[in-house]
Design a protein around this ligand. Structure first.
Ligand SMILES: [Mg+2]
Length: 279
């Protein structure tokens, strides 16, 4: 066994073998989607320095010309993935698709276009109704962070942050519920945002758009579980799939569900190189 082969496990599961075989049999119909952080780029102390491994970009470029659809699906904004990935203008990646912010944003290498849909109208309703609602809660002076597609109400600067949080959490959850939005309570903050965006729905939408005949997905963290669920559902419905885990000491949730376990981003790059070589 070569050093490269030891960076990833064999495809041992029957479903994974079916996914691998389907990709090899008809690469033009296949879709390969890759998470960014911890899969293409190593996890580092400063996320602004999480550059994609050169070996990963090389492997993607090799795959790019042979696979029907090659995509990156990330929680990061597209611009951050482009800056840290060096994908733009790279030979072999002329058809790369990046779905950023869990599928809210999309960038197509083929056109160089970045599309961000309008925020849902319900977010504007939150914006309009928030001042009166916070006043009713006795908390008119809280810091409101407007992110466009999400609005966060912060209590950290209040004289009693916990009391302020207790006062607003229920009414904000109710408001989100009424408008069909998602409310996320956090540390001294409640954020209201559009529901329905995660890596699973992003992958599902892309597979449907591309009418992919086989799909592979690589992830490393809890946010990737939704995409793993999507591949499992596709497989149950007859579309072969292959699940890759970029293993780390920090997070083990994906490992038991993966068909191939890779030794971090270097292992992912080695596996993608191996796959490109098999096509
Ligand atoms: Mg990740």
């Amino acid at each position: 066994m070569t050093a490269e082969e030891q960076l990833f496990s064999d495809v041992t599961t029957p479903q994974g073998r079916a996914g691998w075989a389907a990709i090899i049999a008809d690469p033009a119909a296949a879709l390969i989607a890759l998470d960014f952080d911890g899969v293409l780029s190593p996890i580092v102390a400063d996320p602004e320095q999480a550059y994609v491994l050169p070996a990963a970009v090389d492997a993607m470029a090799e795959l790019g010309g042979r696979i029907g659809t090659l995509a990156v699906i990330t929680g990061r904004p597209v611009q951050a993935a482009l800056r840290l990935g060096g994908f733009a203008g790279r030979a072999g990646l002329e058809k790369l698709i990046i779905l950023g912010q869990y599928g809210v944003e999309r960038w197509d290498a083929a056109t160089g276009e970045l599309t961000t849909p309008e925020p849902p109208a319900e977010i504007q309703q939150v914006r309009d109704r928030l001042p009166a609602l916070l006043a009713e809660c006795g908390q008119p002076d809280l810091y409101v962070e407007d992110k466009g597609r999400a609005i966060g109400v912060h209590t950290r600067r209040a004289s009693d942050p916990q009391a302020a949080l207790d006062a607003i959490t229920g009414p904000l959850l109710d408001l989100a519920d009424e408008l069909g939005l998602q409310a996320e309570p956090g540390r001294n903050v409640v954020e209201i945002r559009a529901a329905g965006f995660d890596k699973g729905s992003a992958l599902q939408g892309l597979v449907a758009e591309r009418t992919a005949g086989a799909v592979a997905y690589a992830g490393d963290d809890l946010g990737d579980l939704a995409a793993f669920d999507t591949v499992d559902r596709l497989r149950a419905a007859g579309t072969p799939g292959l699940l890759l885990c970029s293993a780390s000491d920090e997070q083990d949730a994906l490992r038991p569900r993966a068909d191939v376990v890779c030794a971090g981003p270097a292992g992912i790059a080695a596996f993608l190189t191996h796959l490109a070589g098999a096509l």
